[in-house]
Design a protein around this ligand. Structure first.
Ligand SMILES: Nc1nc2c(ncn2[C@@H]2O[C@H](COP(=O)(O)OP(=O)(O)O)[C@@H](O)[C@H]2O)c(=O)[nH]1
Ligand SMILES: [Mg+2]
Length: 324
């Protein structure tokens, strides 16, 4: 067995950090380690925390980690953020806040750099989750700033999706209608100290009460709760409302287990992982070859002059590489 995967499976945090770094840097040997840890995956409860940049997700995650720890659950956190999740905080500083978990062996926090990895980012998230599961973490929080940017399809990776909204940041109901209803298992109205928090809360409540077409039916039987999280500026209330959020997350987890939907969601995750692995193994190398040879640009030139169309070009590429 690969030394790295053996150490990760034994709970070695440094080995896990190195494996995640190797994944990010796309070190060739990494596949072997990922194969070896696969059988240790699929057990953790993955919680997606998504919302606009600056919505307070990292602040919330930090307190949520504390809530999980209070109930003796081990936690992994993967932050996917174009800006650094640990330096952005202005009031207290994320770095300082997250540091309170740094000495706790029950918590493993890593951020995933998004540099250049557009297509592969979703794969990197899936694999980062696997490493945390192999490390034995029971609850895994994935922070993504999706909504609109759609860099990571959180629904493919999480069992429970928490959507964080804040007043006055363009999270109007129109925007919510466009897709958020299908992915949210829990809504959070964050930064209760801001003007318009009450109004946004009412709007989202009304929205949740409307009959909806659930994409794959996996949300049926679950009433989406809308939770107000009090301001970080009022620490006691903040801690209390995050405890309530923790309770809802646990409730959703129990719902998934009891209604047997947990395995549906795991299946969806596996499907996404397979898609991503196929993409990486088959399509990515072809795309790499084409762009290294400058063929990609040549084909775009042909499209610009309307010499041919994308479908014909794709067919030609398929003919050429299918044989290989
Ligand atoms: N006014 C106010 N600011 C908050 C609250 N929670 C977080 N913030 C601040 O909002 C900024 C963004 O928070 P952060 O957690 O980094 O947001 P993220 O980008 O969604 O992870 C930081 O300056 C936080 O200190 C809150 O309840 N009220
Ligand atoms: Mg953040």
């Amino acid at each position: 067995m690969n030394e790295l995967s053996e150490k990760v499976l034994a709970g070695n945090i440094r080995a896990a950090s190195r494996l995640i770094r190797n994944l990010e840097d796309q070190i060739p040997d990494t596949d072997q380690a990922m194969r070896e840890i696969f059988s240790a995956t699929g057990h953790a409860h993955v919680i997606g925390l998504t919302g606009a940049p600056g919505a307070g997700k990292s602040t919330l995650a930090d307190e949520l980690i504390a809530a999980f720890r209070k109930s003796n659950q081990t936690v992994g956190m993967l932050a996917v953020d174009p800006t650094s999740p640990f330096t952005g905080g202005a009031i207290l500083g994320d770095r300082i806040r997250m540091l309170r978990h740094a000495e706790d062996p029950g918590v493993f926090i890593r951020s995933l750099a998004t540099r250049g990895a557009m297509g592969g980012l979703s794969k990197a998230v899936g694999e980062g989750i696997h490493v945390m599961e192999a490390l034995g973490k029971e609850k895994i929080i994935v922070e993504t700033c999706g909504v609109g940017q759609q860099e990571v399809d959180i629904i493919n990776h999480a069992h429970t999706v928490v959507v964080v909204l804040v007043p006055g940041m363009g999270d109007e109901v129109q925007a919510i209608k466009a897709g958020l209803m299908e992915i949210a298992d829990i809504f959070v109205i964050n930064k209760a100290d801001r003007d318009g928090a009450g109004k946004l809360y009412q709007e989202v409540l009304n929205l949740v009460a409307m009959p909806r077409e659930s994409g794959d039916g996996s949300g049926a039987g679950w009433t989406i709760p809308v939770l107000k999280v009090e301001s970080i500026l009022e620490p006691d209330k903040f801690v209390q409302s995050v405890a309530a959020l923790w309770g809802k997350i646990e409730e959703h987890y129990q719902f998934l287990i009891k209604s047997r939907r947990f395995s549906d969601r795991v299946r969806r995750k596996r499907m996404a992982e397979l898609n991503e692995a196929l993409w990486a193994r088959i399509l990515q190398p072809v795309l790499n070859k084409l762009s290294q040879a400058g063929e990609m640009e040549k084909m775009v030139d042909q499209l610009m002059s309307k010499e041919t169309d994308p479908y014909t070009l794709a067919e030609q590429v398929a003919q050429r590489y299918m044989k290989e």
